[in-house]
Ligand binder design. Structure first.
Ligand SMILES: *[C@@H]1O[C@H](CO)[C@@H](O)[C@H](O)[C@H]1NC(C)=O
Ligand SMILES: *[C@@H]1O[C@H](CO)[C@@H](O)[C@H](O)[C@H]1NC(C)=O
Ligand SMILES: *[C@@H]1O[C@H](CO)[C@@H](O)[C@H](O)[C@H]1NC(C)=O
Ligand SMILES: *[C@@H]1O[C@H](CO)[C@@H](O)[C@H](O)[C@H]1NC(C)=O
Ligand SMILES: CC(=O)N[C@H]1CO[C@H](CO)[C@@H](O)[C@@H]1O
Ligand SMILES: [Cu+2]
Length: 592
């Protein structure tokens, strides 16, 4: 191995108040090692110069870009800026017939979908219209190359936006595909603050009609902040009241099934997103297999399946061929099954309607695939990225996930990495600390330092079998896609690197850490910034299940002018906190 991964954690030095002018001491002048992709599928690239993206030529894009372009390395230059104004307010809505005071974007749930073309600049002005909550927006899966300050992580890349204040996020869509945005202010998105993101680009199979984003989320009728305060001291997961499909569902109080219209004879692209809280979802459509063409932001070699398992934070783009009898069909949704995720009171009745245009508006009756939905909390495995990558087979560094709960601390739930539950300082985010010259961090900031330029970084997240309940966790990394090299339930990583799948492994931004086992990941240190990697179950994240990578600290400000204004946001946030929450927010809440 030509290099070592520098890892510091648990540095105990107190934050020093004297003036530091030095940056973190880990600038290595490592030469760039060639880790180029092997171009596995490059033979399939058509000449795209004159090719226009259309129903029969989805593989091409424009100006020589196509589905064979590696979007880690190349993307179209920005042709336009798409602009949105987000007003965050509370509002009482009844997505499933039960009224709930929600926190929403522009008065709607799900929030407005951001639509851009590959390469566009996205500019969103976010105004906090809440009375008593901070907010901030994270653009899930967007790489934020050179724009770490736009990542929207409170206490890490920014201070929360205080009530009455606003800030503008500006970043480039260097990737394409389907995703979502959500608040990263504690558990806030569980009360509704989320919406879809569509970045138009090429695809690995042809389709006629883009049906857009199709989100799934388990749903709690009470305020999620109140629930979280209880869950932080509970013995197990709470029971979700319902599960919303595209923002609606039925319940004993009314509500309706989401309905989607299909055009007979056409192929439809549907962008499935789990925007949920606790529940994995299993999804199938009666009489219609899914042709799966992308996993998270990664185009994949198409495969056909009757159902998909989707962890919180994951996405799948699927093509549905409306070639069946002109009728109405059930889309069926199951959860992981209660033991691996969390109980859902309406688990048996979650569905939606797919209606063929010109079919009579009757309730679906077709039941042929009704009984076939699997259960369990796991990732799909047939995922082969269309643009292949060879990852060198190297030994990963280990992080251990443990669990701590004691009567002495009022049963406060702690999900710990290497012995520490993450707690961020909302008033002094990590990037501001680095800007001020801080070089050592508190143990509970769970800092892992990555100093090298353009090298592979390998990590194994190991569940501690003695303390951690053997449940799976959807792990999400910011600023990068990662490669899934190994993923085993109820097992201990034994250091055998020959096990690692390195020949075009699964590449995505969210993957399941199996119950009682481990997950081995690799990513390239190609994006200076502070990037969190965390469990995407808000209750676990709030109880500490996160780390932050400080990647190439000495270059963060050199390549990144986008921390401008962080001081003002932090000043406003500090004033707000002193006035309304002098004792801090929920005790034991990580802030994330
Ligand atoms: C956020 O607002 C909710 C009410 O919508 C309140 O219950 C909660 O305490 C607030 N929490 C924080 C951390 O600001
Ligand atoms: C955003 O805040 C600035 C002051 O920080 C103010 O001048 C501007 O009018 C605000 N914009 C909106 C849309 O509220
Ligand atoms: C989801 O709901 C929105 C709002 O009702 C609607 O505009 C959109 O077409 C729906 N999407 C699908 C795929 O049905
Ligand atoms: C619809 O087309 C798919 C291939 O796209 C085929 O496998 C399936 O059998 C067809 N279904 C019907 C009902 O014709
Ligand atoms: C380096 C960089 O991307 N700087 C941009 C940060 O954001 C401002 C607008 O807020 C741009 O003007 C800078 O170019
Ligand atoms: Cu978790």
């Amino acid at each position: 191995m030509l290099y070592t991964v520098v890892k510091t954690v648990g540095v105990t030095a107190l934050l020093c108040t004297s003036v530091h002018s030095a940056v973190l001491p880990f600038s290595h002048a490592t030469p760039e090692v060639p880790w180029k992709r092997n171009g596995l599928f490059s033979g399939q690239e058509k000449r795209t110069d004159s090719c226009v993206n259309g129903p029969h030529t989805r593989n091409c894009w424009k100006n020589g870009f196509s589905v064979a372009t590696d979007m880690d390395e190349k993307w179209p230059s920005a042709l336009k800026t798409v602009k949105y104004d987000f007003d965050i307010t509370t509002m009482t809505l009844s997505p499933d017939g039960v009224a709930k005071e929600m926190i929403v974007v522009n008065g709607q749930y799900p929030g407005p979908t951001i639509v851009a073309d590959w390469g566009d600049i996205i500019e969103v002005n976010v105004k906090n219209g809440l009375a008593l909550n901070g907010t901030g927006v994270h653009w899930h899966g967007l790489r934020q190359l050179g724009t770490n300050g736009m990542d929207g992580v409170d206490g890490v890349t920014e201070c929360p936006i205080a009530p009455g204040e606003n800030r503008t996020y500006i970043f480039q869509a260097t990737q394409y595909g389907s995703s979502w945005y959500h608040s990263h202010y504690s558990v806030q998105y569980g009360d509704g603050m989320s919406g879809g993101i569509i970045i138009n680009g090429p695809a690995t199979a042809n389709y006629d009609i883009d049906l857009g984003i199709y989100p799934f989320t388990d749903w709690f009728h009470g305020p999620v902040f109140t629930l979280n305060a209880a869950v932080l001291h509970a013995k197990g997961p709470p029971t979700a009241d319902n599960l919303l499909v595209n923002g609606s569902m039925t319940s004993l109080s009314g509500g309706t099934y989401a309905t989607t219209t299909l055009t007979p004879g056409k192929r439809h692209l549907l962008r499935l997103v789990n925007t949920g809280i606790n529940n994995w979802v299993h999804v199938s459509l009666d009489g219609h297999p899914f042709k799966v063409i992308a996993a998270d932001f990664i185009p994949i070699v198409p495969f056909t399946t009757n159902s998909l398992a989707i962890a919180v934070g994951q996405r799948y783009d699927v093509i549905i061929d409306a070639n069946n009898t002109i009728e109405n069909y059930w889309l069926r949704v199951g959860t992981g099954g209660g033991k691996c995720d969390g109980p859902n009171a309406n688990a048996e009745n979650i569905r939606a309607v797919f209606h063929y245009d010109s079919a009579p508006p009757t309730t679906p009756t077709y039941t042929a695939s009704a009984a076939t939905l699997p259960t369990g909390c796991y990732d799909e495995t047939k995922i082969v990225p269309f643009v292949g990558t060879q990852v060198p087979q190297e030994l990963p560094e280990e992080m251990t996930l443990s669990f701590f709960q004691s009567e002495a601390t009022g049963n406060l739930v702690r999900w710990q990495v290497d012995g520490h539950a993450m707690m961020v300082d909302l008033e002094n985010p990590t990037v501001q600390q680095i800007q001020r010259g801080v070089t050592t961090f508190k143990e509970e900031e769970n800092v892992f330092v990555v100093g090298e330029k353009h090298q592979w970084q390998y990590w194994v997240i190991q569940q501690d079998s003695l303390t951690a309940p053997p449940i799976p966790h959807p792990i999400h990394l910011h600023g990068h896609d990662f490669y899934v090299l190994d993923q085993v339930a109820n097992a201990k990583w034994a250091g055998d690197i020959s096990r690692l799948s390195t020949n075009n492994p699964i590449r995505r931004d969210t993957a399941t850490l199996p119950g009682g086992g481990y997950l081995v990941l690799a990513f390239e240190s190609d994006n200076p910034g502070v990037w969190v990697m965390h469990c995407h179950i808000p209750f676990h994240l709030s109880a500490g299940l996160s780390v932050q990578f400080i990647e190439r600290a000495d270059e963060i400000f050199e390549h990144n002018g986008n921390f401008t204004g962080i001081g003002d946001t932090c000043h406003s946030w500090g004033s707000f906190m002193r006035q309304y929450y002098p004792n801090g927010i929920t005790p034991g809440d990580s802030g994330l």
